[in-house]
Ligand binder design. Structure first.
Ligand SMILES: [Zn+2]
Length: 69
């Protein structure tokens, strides 16, 4: 059934994209910082655990994301 195979390939590609996306935030690749790399303020423990690999505080993250758009 060729349809089945096509669907599987599509599924695998989506999974791969997800894995690449997730690997950016994997602990160990970029360890969470204790302090914001932009302003130097301490990053709350809760935020560090919620976002593995986080390097900025909430305020700086928002600023950076706004700048990107
Ligand atoms: Zn900051």
């Amino acid at each position: 059934m060729p349809d089945e195979i096509d669907r599987d390939q599509e599924f695998n590609e989506q999974r791969l994209d997800e894995m690449i996306e997730q690997s950016r935030f994997k602990p160990g690749v970029t360890p969470s910082l204790f302090q914001c790399c932009v302003c130097g303020k301490p990053i709350p423990e809760k935020r560090r655990q919620t976002l593995p690999g986080v390097t900025t505080c909430t305020q700086c993250k928002e600023k950076l994301e706004r700048r990107r758009r």
